[in-house]
Ligand binder design. Structure first.
Ligand SMILES: Nc1ncnc2c1ncn2[C@@H]1O[C@H](COP(=O)(O)OP(=O)(O)O)[C@@H](O)[C@H]1O
Ligand SMILES: [Mg+2]
Length: 381
């Protein structure tokens, strides 16, 4: 086995945002050398990676040259130049997630086709090569519209209820899905290494704000029956196996009114829904990602305590240098750990950090989480 620790081994990471930053706490723990590529000199990883390279993740030569300088490559973002990854792979570089997994997942249409091909339960859908093609054959309302590429955090998704809304959709390649009446949004993170070892984290639940369509809390474990939890984990494992994926894979799912599980989408990397694991699990998702891509023994995925994660997003009406108002009050609360990603400027709804709340009792954790949510404000002065 290669020696990764306190050695000349160089791990490359494409993307230097908050997921990269939290991955670096795991590489520091194990003393693994890291090189990070990101377009912004102010990226959260810029000052804490061993070698930071400023460059365009969509540019073939930039990604290719960066890949040539490392011994193994991973990602923290999917929007990257895949052709460069294919060439690097051909030349013998190990890349996890594998480029062909990334190519499927980068494109929501191809991803849904993949689910169909592998009998993975998912909402009915139809692909369109352009906005014009969709508008020419208006489907039955309502439906969910999704841009085939480049959406994130809901930016490429719209629930369309009227013909007037249909007309405002952009001209890009897209797909439409049946609007699923779900009672819960769930997620399961699966880890898989080259030796074929697999590990599944507990099912988490995304609790949404009743009006603003935003995830307010990620709750682990999800407050669902054992039977539904088992079904969700089994489907998540099947998804990961179907991709023969190496690394971490987060599977987002809907629990329908009659307790069916439908896969919404997957991310071949560490995920917002796994941040709770830093404080609450035996092995954080970031350490687990490292273990899986380096073909090391996987860690225990059980939780030590109930964990709830609250996203810290920029408040509406504030743009500029960030201030975390009332953070001292939050630090006084039991079992509360804030994470600040290091973005100096706030904007409405920008993901600036998160707070994890742990407790022996999930209802207590949920109550504290609500106080945190109502106390801490991400603003600018
Ligand atoms: N078919 C659907 N039916 C109902 N709600 C949906 C459907 N697809 C997506 N959504 C809602 O939109 C959100 C964002 O969609 P998703 O495909 O996960 O896009 P993103 O890449 O932005 O995360 C989901 O978390 C869910 O709340
Ligand atoms: Mg999603």
């Amino acid at each position: 086995m290669a020696n990764y620790f306190s050695s000349n081994f160089r791990l490359g990471i494409l993307g230097g945002g908050q997921l990269g930053k939290m991955l670096l706490t795991a590489t520091q723990q194990l003393d693994i050398f890291t090189a990070v590529l990101d377009p912004s000199a102010q990226a959260p990883c810029a000052l804490i990676s061993d070698a930071f390279v400023e460059g365009d993740l969509m540019d073939f030569d930039t990604v290719y040259q960066f890949g040539k300088s490392v011994d193994l490559l991973t990602i923290e973002i999917e929007h990257i130049n895949i052709d460069a990854l294919y060439k690097l792979e051909e030349e013998g570089l190990e890349i996890y997630p594998q480029p062909k997994v990334l190519a499927t997942i980068q494109h929501k249409g191809k991803q849904k086709d993949f689910f169909g091909k592998h009998q993975i339960p998912t909402a009915a859908y139809k692909r369109f090569s352009s906005g014009a093609a969709l508008k020419k054959n208006p489907p039955v309302l309502p439906f969910v519209w999704k841009s085939a590429q480049f959406g994130y955090d809901g930016t490429g998704v719209k629930i369309v209820r009227t013909l007037a809304e249909l007309e405002t959709l952009p001209e890009v390649e897209c797909l439409i899905e049946e609007l699923v009446p779900f009672k819960n949004e769930l997620a399961v993170i699966v880890a898989r290494n080259k030796a074929g070892e697999r590990a599944t984290y507990p099912v988490v639940e995304m609790e949404f704000h009743p009006e603003a369509n935003q995830v307010e809390y990620v709750i682990c474990p999800a407050r669902i029956s054992e039977k539904v939890a088992e079904k969700a984990q089994k489907i998540a494992l099947k998804v990961s196996e179907s991709f023969a994926h190496i690394g971490l894979m987060a599977v987002e799912m809907f629990q329908t009114d009659n307790d069916d599980i439908l896969v919404n989408e997957v991310a071949p990397r560490t995920h917002n829904s796994g941040h709770y694991s830093i404080e609450a699990a035996y092995t954080s998702q970031f350490e687990q990602h490292l273990r899986s891509i380096l073909n090391l023994p996987l860690g225990c995925t059980d939780s030590k305590l109930a964990g709830i994660m609250v996203n810290l997003v920029g408040e509406e009406g504030f743009s500029g240098p960030v201030v975390y108002e009332n953070i001292e009050a939050v630090l006084k609360m039991p079992g509360v750990s804030p994470h600040i990603y290091g973005k100096k400027q706030t904007r409405p709804f920008r993901k600036m950090g998160h707070v994890t709340i742990v407790d022996k009792d999930i209802d207590t954790a949920r109550r504290v989480a609500e106080t945190v949510k109502n106390t801490l404000r991400v603003i600018s002065k």
